[in-house]
Design a protein. Structure first.
Length: 262
């Protein structure tokens, strides 16, 4: 089972508080010809958990086939009844500001649902964990941000700020650069830059880096070095009906997230 890492935005800003959320139990919701039953839970003030069971009314068949008797028969399920045989697991970590989704294809549904229930404009953007994949999806780079923590590799930057500005000891240093719209996008040089940033991250020269790019349609994609280092993936067996045990999934994801925070 694999969770992709995303950026959750509310009114174009990263969600950094749970004040807008509340617990929701067994909420029925319809979207794009699909029926959902949704549960939302705030856990330990740091985690917002979302679980959805869903299914479609159509396609529907009046006839079924019994694999034991090898005979066809009338479908006992009525057209107005829906099998909730698909699952979506989402978890937002307020500490890392990362949304984990078990199926990114449901991001439009989730954005729409959150907007309907909490009265804000939500947007979900996928983080790319491979520079090559990220570069292939964009035609321009819009913004790059860095965060440095004080260590032997970055002490010169901190000393300059502390000494020349007269401040006391500083803990971190952030830098953001916006790229001119007139700049020419070079995919080869951009890929080399991201690969170099990965090495700098591995060597503790930078703490965080986020690169935002757009394609020809203006759709944003995000490459996040934290996502490069953190990946939630684990093996979990389905039950006899092909469904995951919800509590087991929740426990496993929380364990993985807390380990990454570790």
């Amino acid at each position: 089972m694999k969770f992709v890492e995303c950026n959750l935005l509310v009114n174009e800003q990263t969600v950094n508080s749970f004040n807008i959320f509340h617990n929701i139990c067994e909420d029925q919701f319809s979207h794009d010809n699909t029926e959902y039953i949704i549960n939302c839970e705030i856990i330990n003030q740091n985690i917002f958990w979302i679980y959805a069971r869903f299914g479609k009314i159509n396609p529907y068949s009046n006839e079924i086939f019994d694999i034991e008797t090898k005979k066809s028969g009338k479908n006992p399920k009525q057209k107005k009844q829906v099998e909730l045989n698909k699952q979506l697991f989402c978890i937002y970590d307020l500490r890392s500001l990362v949304l984990y989704m078990s199926d990114f294809r449901k991001q439009n549904f989730l954005s729409f649902y959150l907007k309907e229930k909490f009265g804000q404009n939500f947007l979900i953007k996928k983080y790319f964990i491979k520079p090559e994949e990220f570069i292939e999806t964009i035609t321009s780079i819009e913004k790059i941000s860095f965060t440095f923590k004080k260590n032997v590799f970055t002490s010169d930057i901190f000393s300059m700020v502390e000494d020349e500005l007269g401040y006391g000891a500083t803990e971190c240093f952030s830098l953001e650069t916006k790229i001119s719209k007139e700049s020419i996008f070079d995919s080869v040089r951009s890929l080399k830059f991201l690969l170099k940033a990965q090495k700098m991250k591995d060597n503790h020269q930078i703490e965080k880096m986020k690169c935002i790019g757009k394609n020809d349609d203006g759709v944003e994609s995000i490459f996040n070095l934290d996502s490069y280092l953190k990946k939630i993936e684990f093996n979990l067996e389905l039950d006899d009906n092909g469904i995951y045990d919800v509590q087991k999934v929740k426990n496993m994801v929380l364990r993985k997230i807390n380990f990454n925070q570790g």
